[in-house]
Write a protein that binds this ligand. Structure first.
Ligand code: SAH
Ligand code: SF4
Ligand code: F3S
Length: 579
């Protein structure tokens, strides 16, 4: 412990605090000369566990590391700095972390400057940091979810003091903008719309590890999305623990429907969002989802339990009936909308009858997919204090029964897909077979099909040929070259030269005086040709020169001609690229 400087440790009673409001700050990290010197030529690796929020944090952590001068590696042995980004949502998520940390002991042995950092939700739990540095003395940095933006200064201290550093803050949290970021995927992006959670479901650690629910300013979200679209992104997923409560903290009427609509209007081909809490889901939001074809008809709507009594114990704030009504409202507006869910089995004292209510709910609703979990007590949460009379054996047995019912729903939907064609956003070659491409449908169904690698990042039509329940086999329904042409034409329409050309053309066509002069010029040219060899020739020549000069000096004409030339240059450039 003496080798480690402890700046602060987490405190769940502070993490519970929801009193003062959040403020918006801007990233102002300072990269010291010592850090830049150290980073030069050294490689980093970030390993992430947990939800999409953590994946997005990895991108920000990578952003800081690259700004400092580190370069990325995927080779664990070659890494000079490794950051393990942890999850605390269930015990098994934590168990994986211990194994992962152990793996890097060898790096620390061979490289005296090796830095192992551990961060994320697990570090926000009480006693975790202390026990980690005892068990794994080669850990050199521990930080939490609230101080990622301090990474450059924390690294500077680690490098210059040759001591370890623990700095985990428990506080409600702010919003930090202008964060650096290295995106993990070139076509699909996560965009945070809110952080934290105020729901305090009784089993859940997230409100303690992530702080209060705070929304990002709408303009910051839109700026980030605009940039992604410019960079060729095909899919944006709006992220929040409860996206549906977006904007509540602004008290100005801005809500999730607003942000959905504004982002959809920017024109991203695919817009998704997660996670939706049933309690905050308004019919307005459903209408917005239904209205825009680029908002994917796919809603992740965690139910957790089908029993109203258990839901009350969980602090979920809706009943079984209210949940069913919400699903009915979704299906009335969007019959094809996929609905997926999360379910917890074995909440303390869950009776067989209560569990059976979860089964009947799943049978009735037939989810497109469901993530199922056995309840895992989390220290500091109210449920962890409940005396539980259900044995592990019973919980496992229930879990297996639930899996069967969930699978029936999955197969019900997937079997209906066979023979139909779907739009698939291609991720690239499938993990198992290089010759096969894989991607996802609007309903988030994984589809594998043969096709050329260059279709990566394109949305293509695929006909489903075989149903494998959790993934589908398909065949391309269109010529891959047509896909490229379509996408090239879409890209062309976003080129500034093309947009300028269209604007100049409009002004050119609407300038009545110019159009009349053009007609006059045409007539004068004809008259000049006819007068060739006659005595009127000089007069006609002068008339033609006059009207030509008028046209040539018209700014709208000049603009149109030059924007047409720019467009031709663009075509020439594109042709050169294709050769
Ligand atoms: N904010 C989201 C997701 C939170 S965590 C929501 O409210 O739905 C993702 C899922 O993990 C939850 O939906 C829940 O099903 C599960 N989960 C959370 N805490 C858990 C615990 N203590 N034990 C088992 N599963 C848990
Ligand atoms: Fe956890 Fe409930 Fe918040 Fe979801 S809504 S993050 S389950 S407390
Ligand atoms: Fe895990 Fe934290 Fe996400 S606990 S699920 S990484 S918010």
């Amino acid at each position: 412990m003496s080798r480690c400087q402890i700046i602060s440790l987490p405190d769940l009673s502070k993490a519970r605090n929801r009193q003062d409001g959040a403020s918006v700050k801007y990233d102002e990290a300072v990269y010291s000369d010592a850090l830049r010197f150290f980073a030069k030529g050294r490689k980093y690796l970030v390993k992430t566990f947990g939800c999409q929020g953590n994946v997005r944090d990895e991108e920000v952590i990578s952003g800081y590391l690259e700004k400092a001068g580190f370069s990325k590696t995927t080779d664990e042995k070659a890494a000079n700095i490794v950051i393990i980004n942890t999850c605390a949502v269930r015990e098994n998520a934590e168990d994986k972390v211990y194994g992962e940390i152990g793996k890097f002991k060898a790096n620390a042995k061979t490289d005296k400057d090796f830095i192992l950092g551990v961060c994320g939700c697990m570090m926000q739990e009480e006693n975790k940091a202390e026990s980690l540095i005892k068990t794994y003395p080669f850990i050199r940095l521990i930080f939490g979810t609230h101080n990622i933006a301090d990474l450059p200064s924390m690294l500077d201290r680690v490098i210059s003091s040759h001591q370890g550093l623990v700095d985990v803050i428990s506080y409600p949290g702010d919003v930090i903008e202008n964060l650096p970021s290295i995106r993990l995927d070139p076509y699909k992006a996560f965009v945070n719309i809110s952080y934290g959670c105020d729901k305090f479901c009784t089993y859940c650690i997230v409100p303690y590890t992530r702080g209060r629910e705070r929304s990002r300013p709408l303009q910051s979200i839109l700026d980030e999305c605009r940039k992604l679209i410019e960079d060729g992104y095909q899919e944006i997923t709006l992220l929040g623990q409860n996206v549906n409560s977006y904007g509540k903290d602004f008290h100005d009427g801005t809500n999730f429907a607003t942000v959905l609509e504004e982002v959809a209007k920017l024109g991203i081909p695919r817009l998704r969002f997660t996670t939706s809490h049933p309690w905050d889901f308004s019919l307005d939001m459903l209408d917005t989802i239904a209205k825009y074809p680029n908002i994917m008809k796919c809603i992740h709507l965690p139910v957790q339990s089908g029993s109203t009594a258990v839901l009350r114990q969980m602090g979920r704030r809706y009943t079984r009936e209210q949940y069913l009504d919400l699903v009915k409202a979704i299906r009335e507006r969007m019959p094809e909308c996929a609905i997926t869910t999360d379910i917890i089995v074995g909440f303390p004292n869950e009776t067989e009858e209560q569990f059976a209510e979860t089964l009947t709910l799943c049978q009735e609703l037939k989810y497109d997919a469901a993530f199922t979990f056995i309840y895992s007590p989390r220290a500091g949460t109210p449920a962890a204090k409940m005396v539980d009379n259900v044995s592990d054996e019973v919980k496992h047995e229930r879990f297996n029964r639930l899996l069967k019912v969930v699978e029936e729903g999955v197969v019900y939907h997937s079997s209906k897909m066979v023979g139909k064609a779907y739009d698939v956003l291609v991720d690239g070659p499938s993990k198992k077979n290089e010759a096969i491409l894989s991607g996802y449908t609007e309903s988030n169904k994984l589809v594998n099909f043969p096709g050329p690698v260059y279709l990566k990042g394109h949305i293509v039509k695929v006909k489903i040929t075989e149903n494998h329940a959790f993934s589908m086999l398909g065949q391309l329904e269109e010529d891959p070259v047509d896909v490229l042409l379509r996408s090239a034409s879409e890209k062309l329409k976003q080129e500034p030269a093309y947009i300028q050309y269209l604007a100049a053309k409009k002004v050119f066509e609407e300038d009545k005086e110019l159009q009349a002069a053009l007609h006059e010029k045409e007539a004068a040219q004809k008259a000049l040709a006819l007068s060739m060899g006659s005595e009127d020739y000089e007069n006609k020549k002068a008339a033609f020169a006059k009207i030509s000069a008028f046209v040539d000096n018209n700014p709208n004409y000049i603009n149109f001609v030059s924007s047409t030339a720019d467009l031709r240059d663009l075509f020439a450039e594109m042709k050169a690229l294709l050769q």
